[in-house]
Design a protein around this ligand. Structure first.
Ligand SMILES: *Cc1c(COP(=O)(O)O)cnc(C)c1O
Length: 385
């Protein structure tokens, strides 16, 4: 039986060629031509917002917190159902982590839960565009933040940046962060991007990005030296990674087209299970310009999820569950001594199953996966007619 992987990063011949070009250019491997190309590409797409290529989405979040001058004891609301790096960035900065629950059967944060966590010390909300989609719930939370003078930071780690999505992105959040980690759809091994939508903070962001110095304003100001002017870190995405990233950027449309096709097939073949209620919720290939990047099913029970996962494993099909909710984590319970109740997030984790989704996943493999799921449920008609 052939093994179907959960994920295979998309590597192509251009990637190797571009890395060679960078190595042979005789130019900087810190910020060279590919760094410039990628930055210009993002700056153009997100204009007038400014783009900063950084070494991970985690770093982009840290840079966002410094850029917005969030301080110790400021309270920041994040979903319990998210990746741990968001919480770590807050912990490292000494901010107070407030965990909000998810909606029932849905990976989105619940606005009501956010509202319940608001205190006079609340300064920001970090929301997730789960699976690369900006949903109604995201917009509701953003509007709530606007009305209440809170920063809205969007964790768009899953979102594929394209001409079509960039416009929407800059209209929503104060800062949007992206990931190019190898587990994401557009990837360069490890990398990230911070897009700053509040122009008044360009100078401070430039300083943070340049080791906390005024290096970038030297050209303009005739100053002969640069000096320490701000907090800063070494967040730069190096030239070799930018060369890899450029090879992916060039393939954006192809990648999006393929993912959409795959998700349509999943939706089509699993329709009967959706209609019968065995699948409570799942990724939909919708008509919006956002391309879903996670194929998930929310099943009826933890038991259904575990046994289906085992069954698929026996059939050589690799699936995954995530995110083990932060409020249940050892760190929260013992180190932070926080006792949050995010029941929807707990139930979601137990019942959410992610199916394979990547550029080179073939239609035949999608059929094999769907047939196995239908067989598990004893459905009469298989996906393959
Ligand atoms: C992957 C991921 C991150 C972290 O991205 P890195 O580039 O690995 O730092 C942050 N948030 C979410 C929601 C993610 O899925």
């Amino acid at each position: 039986m052939k093994k179907i992987n959960f994920y295979i990063p998309d590597l192509n011949l251009d990637a190797a060629q571009y890395v060679n070009t960078a190595l042979n250019s005789g130019k900087s491997l810190f910020r060279g031509d590919f760094h410039e190309k990628c930055t210009q590409y993002f700056d153009t797409l997100f204009f007038p917002s400014k783009s900063y290529l950084v070494s991970s989405c985690t770093d982009a979040i840290s840079m966002a917190l410094i850029t917005l001058e969030l301080q110790q004891r400021d309270e920041i609301i994040i979903p319990s159902f998210t990746f741990v790096s968001v919480a770590n960035a807050l912990k490292n900065r000494g901010c107070q982590i407030k965990l909000a629950d998810s909606l029932e059967n849905c990976p989105n944060m619940d606005l009501e839960s956010v509202k319940n966590l608001i205190t006079p010390n609340t300064k920001a909300v970090i929301d997730v565009y789960y699976g690369g989609i900006i949903s109604e719930e995201n917009l509701k939370i953003r509007n709530f933040c606007k009305e209440n003078n809170l920063f809205y930071i969007a964790d768009a780690a899953h979102l594929v940046i394209s001409k079509e999505t960039a416009r929407t992105v800059i209209e929503i959040a104060d800062i949007t962060v992206f990931s190019f980690h190898e587990t994401k759809v557009l990837n360069c091994g490890q990398g990230g991007l911070m897009v700053l939508n509040t122009n008044s903070r360009n100078k401070i962001a430039d300083e943070i990005y340049n080791h906390g110095t005024d290096k970038t304003s030297l050209n303009i100001s005739n100053k002969k030296f640069y000096e320490w002017t701000n907090e800063g870190l070494e967040f730069n995405l190096n030239e070799i990674s930018c060369a890899l990233l450029w090879s992916q950027i060039e393939r954006t449309n192809k990648i999006i087209d393929n993912l959409r096709k795959i998700i349509l097939k999943y939706n089509d073949y699993l329709k009967t299970l959706r209609n019968s209620g065995k699948i409570k919720n799942c990724t939909e290939a919708n008509a919006s310009s956002f391309c879903p990047t996670i194929m998930y099913l929310v099943l009826e029970s933890a038991e259904a999820c575990n046994t289906l996962k085992e069954y698929l494993k026996e059939n050589n099909i690799d699936t995954r569950q995530h995110y083990y909710p932060l409020h249940q984590s050892q760190f929260c319970r013992y180190k932070l001594q926080q006792q949050d109740n995010c029941n929807n997030a707990s139930h979601l984790y137990e019942r959410l199953l992610r199916l394979p989704l990547f550029y080179s996943l073939s239609e035949e493999d999608v059929i094999v996966i769907c047939n196995a799921i239908l067989k598990f449920y004893g459905a009469k008609d298989s996906a393959l007619v």
